[in-house]
Design a protein. Structure first.
Length: 99
């Protein structure tokens, strides 16, 4: 039996493209991230899709800075930053609008 490394490049590319397309059709796109741990070839193939669009919060920024480097930064097309605002206290009439 031929292993992954013994397959022709064209067959590897076709397999990866089908796997990526199937994962992207699922409701939760994070299924694609699990393919990155299969082997280096799979990681190289799925990272452009994995890092194309990210949503981070203020608490995620340190991890974002350390993980999205090198080629991963070039893959990034859309970055959504979720910001949690302080709660508005209706009982006291104070909140973000009152300064």
């Amino acid at each position: 039996m031929v292993g992954w490394n013994g397959l022709p490049a064209e067959l590897k590319a076709l397999t990866l493209s089908f796997a990526i397309a199937a994962a992207q059709q699922k409701p939760k796109a994070h299924h694609l991230a699990s393919y990155a741990v299969v082997c280096r070839d799979w990681q190289d193939a799925v990272e452009p899709a994995n890092f194309a669009s990210l949503r981070v919060t203020a608490g995620d920024l340190a991890d974002f800075v350390s993980l999205v480097v090198g080629p991963r930064r070039r893959y990034l097309k859309h970055l959504l930053l979720g910001i949690e605002l302080p709660k508005y206290n209706t009982a006291q009439g104070q909140g973000a609008r009152d300064g």
